[in-house]
Write a protein that binds this ligand. Structure first.
Ligand code: MLT
Length: 394
């Protein structure tokens, strides 16, 4: 064939981090069919969907089976009942400016993160390191120039904005609570980024997928910060909050006050979604809305409390052993320094071989992840306790 390909794909690693890990684990399992494996790698939920959610979905299925209440194509930006429920949630977390009309329902945060570069021109991109690899990969695939702000032990993995002199208007990614480090920005820390974006004419893409894990007094949404409606898009998800990793539903907030060159960003995003996306199923959206209702919300919080108990159990072991770590408080992730100063992939092989435990090497999240390791608390309590006993012998 003589067509030209998007050769920017040659700039990303050949396999996606979690596909690479899954492949290594499959190989280990084939070679060791009798070994038990404790999966603490990908941040995938394990508890079943709460009852209020499945009841709402069952009801939706019944409606789909009846001519009078059947639903065809969903509205392109989400059903009003779900946009209203998400907006009410924002009111409860201190951001009443997030009205239903600026919420765009989607099939998940990862898709929106990958799709947003469609509406953005060739701007410089600023990304924290370490961070969720999708930000880097989706910008590399579009040929964008990326600079990194360093998350390190010294700044508690919460990088501050660079000096604002000579900075071109940029697209800035922030994830708080952070994947992989579990670090969460304070009000002051996030205000510094909002002020930086306003001063430099930049756009922040704020990933709030782990918001529901925050238990300390920290911002749950960037729209708690004054000025954010003029410089930030927020992406969030039902995956970790309501256990929707396999169901698929999320949303993006694009305030009408975001403008560049006299054009509203919401106009381009709405156009992009209407053309390239056909919405989320009625059944899924009914389930998502139920997760934000009284009983459903309580059930989701109970699941989060379950995962956080796992995180506390792991954190206690590493504290007792004097192993440096972050996270585990406002996050389902524990980010630890590999004992013995070995690299993350070496530690990965070592604990897989010795303990049958799968985690994620820090190197997969950026250069500053070198020598660190991420564990998730999304497994069962029983398996987490088994892992804790094994980690005690490190
Ligand atoms: C993770 O493990 O980092 C996440 O589960 C990946 C994702 O949310 O796509």
């Amino acid at each position: 064939m003589d067509i030209r390909l998007n050769n920017h794909f040659l700039d990303v690693k050949e396999t996606y981090l979690f596909s690479d890990i899954a492949k290594r684990v499959r190989k280990f399992q084939e070679e060791n069919p009798d070994r038990e494996i404790i999966r603490m790698g990908i941040g995938d939920v394990t508890l079943p969907l709460p009852g209020a959610i499945t009841s709402a979905m069952e009801e939706a299925v019944k409606q789909m089976a009846d001519k009078a209440s059947f639903h065809g194509y969903p509205p392109e930006y989400g059903y009003d009942f779900l946009r209203d429920a998400i907006s009410d949630h924002y009111k409860n977390i201190g951001a009443p400016s997030v009205t239903p009309g600026i919420i765009y329902v989607s099939d998940g945060a990862k898709s929106d993160l990958g799709n947003l570069p469609d509406i953005l021109g060739d701007n410089p991109v600023i990304i924290p390191d370490p961070v969720y690899p999708v930000y880097v990969d989706s910008n590399l695939m579009n040929g964008r120039k990326i600079s990194f702000v360093n998350g390190t032990k010294e700044n508690d993995f919460l990088p501050e904005p660079p000096a604002d002199t000579g900075i071109e208007p940029s697209v800035i990614y922030i994830c708080s609570p952070n994947n992989p480090t579990g670090a969460v920005y304070s009000y002051e820390g996030l205000t510094a980024w909002v002020n930086f974006a306003l001063k430099t004419g930049s756009l922040i893409i704020f990933d709030a997928a782990y918001e529901a894990f925050i238990s300390e007094d920290k911002p749950h949404t960037i729209y708690e910060i004054p000025g954010a409606e003029s410089c930030a898009i927020e992406i969030s998800s039902f995956s970790k909050f309501a256990g929707f990793t396999g169901v698929r539903c999320g949303w993006t907030v694009v305030p009408d006050t975001l403008e560049a060159g006299g054009i509203k960003l919401s106009k381009f995003w709405a156009r992009r979604q209407a053309t390239k996306f056909n919405g989320v199923s009625y059944i899924t959206q009914m389930g998502a809305a139920a997760s934000l209702s009284g009983k459903g919300f309580e059930e989701c919080l109970a699941n989060i409390a379950y995962y956080k108990r796992n995180a506390t159990a792991l954190a206690n072991v590493f504290t007792d052993k004097g192993i440096y770590f972050t996270g585990g408080v406002n996050s389902p992730y524990i980010w630890l320094k590999c004992p013995g100063d070995i690299g993350g992939w070496e530690f990965f092989d070592s604990i897989l071989e010795r303990f049958g435990i799968v985690g994620t090497p820090g190197e997969g999240f950026g250069a500053n992840g070198s020598g660190f390791f991420r564990l998730t608390a999304f497994g069962s309590y029983e398996n987490t306790l088994k892992a804790c006993e094994l980690f005690k012998t490190l």
